[in-house]
Design a protein around this ligand. Structure first.
Ligand code: COA
Length: 176
């Protein structure tokens, strides 16, 4: 099977790639909290979901970020979006970093190491980009946390969720 990862700069996806990405986002939307289709931004991890036209806003914002598209035999199976010069004032010691805003793999293609490949691609981005990588995931997303642990990501910050006090938003990071 031919597997390739295409790196698309902000706003540089073809119409066909955009349609494939939109279809994948729709397929996995409800696995995120709040669902991707109800978010108003790519960094909205814990806020109450917005409604109506906000779905357009999330996808439009996604297209204005860097995006890694993972293809198997020309079929989009997963993606990872990131920002290249992000700063989180709660984490002053890491300074400007790469921020991974979303990662997802098509359900039918999971447990075959595709998410690992996407993260490895981020780890291998050019040295002209920031050394630190930061991301946020829910404390209940044990599969994702397990993967990040094996990739050497460390817990940097936990923020209680406003929607569910039993769940934290966990910020993890590592230096490339
Ligand atoms: C999290 C996600 C991206 C993982 O994608 P994936 O391609 O299946 O992950 P990989 O095959 O690379 O898994 C790598 C490791 O993660 C862990 N893992 C991933 N899925 C797992 C599962 N269902 N059960 C147990 N461990 C799992 C394992 O340690 C696995 O290594 P192993 O297969 O050698 O045991 C995918 O499940 C997904 O898209 N989930 C919905 C969206 C999401 O939660 N995104 C992250 C929040 S931003």
């Amino acid at each position: 099977m031919v597997t390739e990862i295409l790196w698309r700069q902000p706003g540089k996806m073809t119409q066909f790639e955009q349609r494939s990405l939109e279809s994948l986002v729709e397929e996995v939307s409800d696995e995120f909290v709040p669902p991707l289709s109800t978010r108003s931004s790519t960094t909205q991890a814990v806020l109450a979901s917005a409604s109506g036209s906000a779905s357009i806003s999330y996808f439009d914002e996604l297209l204005m970020e860097h995006c890694l598209l993972l293809l198997e035999c020309d079929q989009l199976q997963g993606f990872l979006s990131f920002r290249t010069f992000h700063r989180d004032t709660r984490l002053p010691h890491i300074g400007i970093c790469i921020y991974v805003s979303t990662i997802s793999v098509r359900p039918a293609a999971r447990r075959r190491g595709l998410a690992r490949l996407l993260y490895q691609k981020v780890l291998g981005l050019p040295e002209t980009l920031p050394a630190w990588i930061l991301l946020c995931t829910r404390s209940t997303n044990t599969h994702h946390l397990q993967l990040l642990d094996t990739l050497g990501f460390k817990h940097l910050l936990a923020v209680p969720s406003r929607r569910d006090p039993a769940v934290d938003s966990i910020y993890l990071g590592r230096k490339r």
